[in-house]
Ligand binder design. Structure first.
Ligand SMILES: Cc1cc2nc3c(=O)[nH]c(=O)nc-3n(C[C@H](O)[C@H](O)[C@H](O)COP(=O)(O)O)c2cc1C
Length: 365
């Protein structure tokens, strides 16, 4: 399973399982001299934490990151930064009755076929617990980006078919403020109320909902992303699709582009207010030829409805016998994983951009 790294220069390696002792991340390639504290990392982790509202899993895990290496006197030293987060609230006993059943929508089947062994308690490496490590690494990536004035904001765009009103992208801080004020990371108050109601209803029905997250990169310079296999959107797509439960990737006009004419879709070049070359619209979503244009980088990521639902489902055992699958009494799940995925999507864009920023320093003399 040699598949636990992401990135070229700003490179993360995560380890650990949901029901193991701890999880962690090693960040290689972060330049020396970047101020970073455990408090800043923990503030980001708190956003992803389960058990905070009725709309996410009640698992009471308190994610506390400890920096074990790579910093001295509050600054990075250039050495590998390693971060550990101990697992404290993993109740493995609940999974005993379903240990020989294939969980619909989960990775038991594919992992078992591929490796011949599967951690039935929480899904092992397939568990979204791993994504806490990405959020920790993302906190460091964000600090690196902030030095260049680059900002990243993710928010709920749609849940259960309820879409938000188009948000204004003119002020990233205001967009973040509105998003963080919402119990579901949604910058639109009216949509928040409707979505909360829909989630409460689906929870009562013992079912789950899917949704779409939009993430925007602000104040990017022109030039991030390299041609061919390191295109910015190619790396973003891989970053996003590596998050559990994702089902797609869109940049800019996305799938809508397929329904437009060239004359409608081309973003017209203009001279901007400061004399810079820019575009009048941004259907491209912030890249051309895989390289950032300087316009906001706009990505959308759809998430499937949570696979673990309270309703009984038909399945088979690992021995191929037909069985009924029921979530064990007292086990804890998100009725809509899209909500908790917002900080994860934001972290993954930050990690891709931090890597692209460092790679771009080698682009010309
Ligand atoms: C933040 C987050 C939390 C999740 N929590 C749950 C959960 O409580 N129950 C569940 O069935 N799936 C949950 N998932 C999704 C599963 O991890 C995922 O569907 C499963 O590993 C199968 O992988 P796949 O959907 O990518 O194919 C969560 C995903 C994310 C991003």
């Amino acid at each position: 399973m040699a598949s636990n790294h992401f990135g070229t220069l700003f490179r993360i390696t995560t380890w650990g399982e949901s029901h193991g002792k701890a999880i962690g991340v090693v960040i290689d390639g972060c330049p020396a001299g970047l101020p970073i504290s455990e408090e800043e990392i923990n503030a980001e982790l708190a956003l992803r934490q389960p058990g905070k509202t009725a709309y996410v899993s009640p698992r009471g895990e308190k994610d506390i990151a400890e920096i074990c290496s790579g910093t001295f006197e509050g600054k990075t030293t250039g050495a590998p930064i390693s971060i550990i987060i101990f697992n404290k609230d993993a109740d493995s006993s609940k999974y005993e009755p379903i240990k020989n059943l294939l969980r619909p929508g989960h990775a038991n089947f594919t992992y078992l076929e591929k490796y011949g062994i599967f951690d039935y308690r929480g899904g092992g490496r397939s568990s979204a617990r791993e994504t806490a490590c990405r959020v920790a690494a993302g906190a460091i990536a964000k600090k690196l980006l902030a030095l260049e004035g680059i900002d990243v904001v993710a928010y709920i765009k749609e849940v259960g078919g309820i879409a938000i009103a188009e948000p204004s992208l003119s002020d990233p801080s205001l967009l973040r403020e509105k998003t963080r004020k919402s119990p579901i990371f949604c910058p639109d108050e009216t949509a928040t109320a409707k979505i909360v109601k829909a989630i409460e209803q689906v929870k009562e029905e013992g079912d789950s909902l899917g949704g779409v997250i939009e993430v925007v990169g602000f104040n990017l310079p022109v030039g991030l992303g390299d041609p061919v296999y390191e295109k910015l959107e190619a790396n973003l797509a891989k970053a996003m699709l590596s998050i559990p439960a994702t089902k797609g990737f869109e940049i800019g006009s996305g799938f809508q582009a397929a329904r437009m004419k060239g004359s409608q879709h081309n973003d017209q070049f203009i001279v901007g207010a400061k004399g810079e070359i820019t575009t009048a619209s941004n259907l491209a979503g912030g890249t051309l030829g895989g390289i950032s244009t300087g316009m906001p980088l706009i990505i959308r990521v759809p998430f499937k409805p949570t696979s673990s639902i309270m309703k009984p489902q038909k399945t088979v055992s690992t021995q191929g016998e037909e069985k009924e699958f029921k979530i064990p009494e007292g086990s804890r799940h998100d009725p809509c994983v899209t909500i908790r995925a917002v900080p994860i999507v934001e972290a993954m864009m930050a990690i891709v951009l931090a890597d692209a920023l460092l790679l771009n320093r080698a682009s010309k003399t």
